[in-house]
Write a protein that binds this ligand. Structure first.
Ligand code: GLY
Length: 369
């Protein structure tokens, strides 16, 4: 059952922390998930130089897609259960009301660019898997290996942590296989890897993250666009598609109202069509923070507000209204993972300087560290 105290904590935390209200004319604003400080800087610089809002957000998220150290997006993203990186991305362009998307695409570092090309160059909205890769190649992109040494290490450590119902694994702790599940044993197995990197790999293995970047932009002319891009859930079944490429879940833009997006466990967002829900909430008069909080309540309601089950995942929503008001909201007050992948913060650039992090509102209070 929903704990009234938790409910109230979320409600009380809402207005001060996560909401920036403005009124009147639109202005230049870019917001993103917390991993997008540089992304927002770049998108804002493009907007200030008069570039299209969609070009701006795609240029911004490209930084994360190409960053081998962002293990939740693009190149360096954590792979599926077969060790292959599969990426999801989508874009929406407010001025033309068009959208493009790719799901489960392999071998392309910047899936946001392919999603934009699907929008611009085809009569479709979404391409998936092999077809998406073939389209990317036809558009001149080169197929590349997206697995970095670091993400390959995390994959091997994940393999070693697996066991069947009898406690058996072909990778570790068998008759012939070396002992290898504990962080200490891993140090012996990977003598050339430093302790910190191994600890990170172990954390990724036992608690698969669902990072992602969502970026939303508004310019002074009232034009809005958005992009969401991800490597999805680590160790997923091949072909698993999350919310990020789903128009209306991972992203929705209607520049007559506003834009919204999400990071975190995509399955929950798909079930609530979160981004579309938030935009429609704003259309019917809710503030961005109220709209985000309503979407989080819908996620919570899908588990009858059972906090024990809800505690197994994180999800964030972000909203930007056509007048520049914005908000970020998290299901939980504290991070479950300790990984930084689903942060309780979000990034903002209002055109007056460098991007900064702001706290999300939250629905439930997570009491343990
Ligand atoms: N939100 C990213 C995913 O679940 O794939």
């Amino acid at each position: 059952m929903l704990n009234r105290r938790n409910w109230m904590v979320g409600a009380v935390a809402l207005p001060a922390a996560a909401q920036a209200q403005t009124a009147g004319k639109p202005k230049n604003i870019v917001i993103s998930s917390a991993n997008g400080l540089t992304c927002c800087d770049i998108a804002m610089s493009w907007i200030r130089s008069g570039k299209d809002t969609l070009d701006a957000v795609v240029a911004g998220v490209n930084v994360n897609e190409l960053d081998p150290n962002d293990n939740s997006v693009g190149y360096g993203g954590l792979p599926n259960e077969e060790g292959v990186v599969e990426l999801d991305a989508c874009v929406m362009h407010g001025p033309t009301r068009r959208a493009g998307s790719v799901a489960s695409i392999r071998g392309i570092k910047t899936p946001s660019k392919i999603a934009k090309l699907v929008m611009e160059e085809t009569d479709h909205v979404m391409l998936a898997g092999e077809g998406a890769l073939r389209f990317a190649k036809a558009m001149g992109f080169t197929e590349e290996n997206l697995l970095t040494e670091k993400s390959r290490l995390a994959f091997l450590v994940w393999k070693r942590t697996l066991k069947d119902q009898n406690g058996h694994s072909n990778w570790s702790d068998g008759v012939d296989a070396p002992p290898g599940k504990s962080p200490k044993a891993l140090l012996r197995l990977f003598p050339n890897v430093d302790e910190e990197t191994l600890a990170w790999a172990h954390e990724m293995a036992v608690r698969p993250p669902t990072g992602t970047i969502n970026c939303l932009a508004l310019n002074e002319k009232g034009e809005m666009s958005g992009c969401t891009t991800t490597s999805g859930l680590a160790w997923k079944l091949p072909g698993r598609v999350g919310d990020s490429p789903i128009i209306g879940a991972g992203l929705y833009v209607d520049q007559e109202v506003g834009a919204a997006g999400s990071t975190g466990r995509g399955e929950e967002n798909i079930r609530t069509a979160g981004a579309h829900t938030i935009v429609e909430n704003m259309r019917h008069g809710m503030s961005p923070a109220e709209a985000v909080m309503d979407a989080l309540k819908r996620v919570s309601r899908n588990y009858d507000h059972d906090l024990k089950r809800l505690d197994k995942f994180d999800i964030n929503f972000y909203a930007l209204r056509k007048d520049g008001a914005f908000a970020g909201g998290s299901l939980w007050s504290g991070q479950m993972r300790g990984t930084g992948f689903v942060s309780r913060q979000f990034a903002v650039n209002d055109g007056t300087g460098n991007s900064r992090l702001m706290d999300c509102a939250y629905l439930h209070e997570r009491r343990r560290p």
